[in-house]
Design a protein around this ligand. Structure first.
Ligand code: NAD
Length: 247
C-alpha cells in the first residue's frame, strides 16, 4: 500500500535536515529521487549514499528561469517525469514585527510561497502533458494556522501555502494529481536551533501536550501516506503532525 516502486520523486531543499530525511524515506519505499538544492555539492554525499536511484540537481526555488531546467535534468537522470513532488525548501527570518524589513518579508515569501507555486506548477504541467497522475506534498507548518512572536513573514507564507495547496488540489484533481500539505510542529533543525535553545523556545516545548519536539522520523509515516496509493482519496488536506500542539 505504501510502496513507491516505479515512482520518481523531486525534493526541493534536499540538503536540509527534513529534505534529506524525506529523500531517504521516499527512496527507501522504492522511488527514484531527484535531490534538488541550490548547490550540487550540498547533496552530493546523500546522492552517493543512496546510489543509482538518486540524482542531484541544482535548483534555487526563487529563480523562475531555472525551474524548467532543473526538471529537465531530473527527467534525464531518472528516465521520465517526476510523479511525486516534495515542496520542502523553506527559510525563516526571526525578528519582531516592528523590526521586519520589506526585504525580510520578500525573501521569505519568495522561497516559502512563490517557490512552491513555481515548482508545483512546473511539476503539474509536466504530469498533465504526460497524462500521468501524481502526488504533490507541500511542507507547511503548524505556524500556518498558529502564531508565535517574531516570524510574521513565515506564518503568513505558510498560511498562504495551505490555501495554495487547496487551490492546486481543486484544479488538478481532474488530472489525477493529488496535492496535500504536511504541517509539522516543531522539529529541531538548522531553521530554528537558536530559538529552541532560548527560554521562549523551551517554554514553547512545555506547551506541547506530548512535551517534546518532533523528530524527522515522526514525519516518515505521514509523508508516505500522502505520497503513496495509501492516500489515494486525500487531496487538499492538511496533515498536522505536532504532538497535539495545535489542538
Ligand atoms: P533546513 O534549514 O534544514 O532546510 C531548509 C532547506 O531549504 C535547506 O536545504 C536550504 O538550503 C533550502 N533552501 C533555502 N532557500 C532555498 C532556495 N531559495 N532554493 C532552494 N532551496 C532553498 O530546515 P528544515 O527544518 O529541514 O525545513 C524544511 C521545511 O520544513 C521548510 O519548509 C520549513 O518551513 C518546514 N518546517 C520545519 C519545521 C521545523 O520545526 N524544523 C516545522 C514546520 C515546518
Amino acid at each position: 500500500l505504501f510502496s513507491l516502486d516505479g515512482r520518481r520523486a523531486f525534493i526541493t531543499g534536499a540538503s536540509g535536515v527534513l529534505g534529506a530525511h524525506f529523500a531517504r524515506v521516499l527512496h527507501g519505499a522504492g522511488a527514484q529521487v531527484a535531490l534538488a538544492a541550490r548547490r550540487m555539492d550540498a547533496v552530493a554525499a546523500l546522492a552517493a549514499d543512496l546510489g543509482p536511484r538518486a540524482a542531484a540537481v541544482t535548483l534555487d526555488v526563487t529563480d523562475a528561469a531555472h525551474v524548467a531546467a532543473a526538471f529537465d535534468a531530473a527527467e534525464t537522470a531518472l528516465g521520465g517525469p517526476c510523479d511525486i513532488l516534495i515542496n520542502n525548501a523553506g527559510i525563516a527570518v526571526t525578528k519582531s514585527f516592528l523590526q521586519q524589513e520589506a526585504a525580510d518579508w520578500d525573501a521569505v515569501m519568495a522561497v516559502n510561497l512563490r517557490g512552491c507555486f513555481l515548482v508545483g506548477q512546473e511539476a503539474a504541467r509536466r504530469l498533465v502533458a504526460a497524462k500521468q497522475p501524481g502526488a504533490i506534498v507541500n511542507i507547511a507548518s503548524v505556524l500556518g494556522e498558529r502564531v508565535i512572536p517574531g516570524v510574521a513573514g513565515y506564518t503568513a507564507a505558510k498560511a498562504g501555502l495551505l490555501q495554495l495547496t487547496r487551490q492546486m488540489a481543486v484544479e488538478l484533481a481532474r488530472y489525477g494529481i493529488r496535492v496535500n500539505a504536511l504541517a509539522p510542529g516543531y522539529v529541531a533543525t538548522d531553521i530554528n536551533r537558536d530559538y529552541f535553545a532560548s527560554e521562549p523556545g523551551q517554554a514553547m516545548i512545555r506547551r506541547v501536550p506530548q512535551r517534546r519536539l518532533g523528530s524527522p522520523e515522526d514525519l516518515t509515516g505521514p509523508l508516505l501516506l500522502l505520497a503513496s496509493a495509501a492516500g489515494a482519496h486525500m487531496t487538499g488536506a492538511t496533515l498536522t503532525v505536532d504532538g497535539g500542539h495545535s489542538v
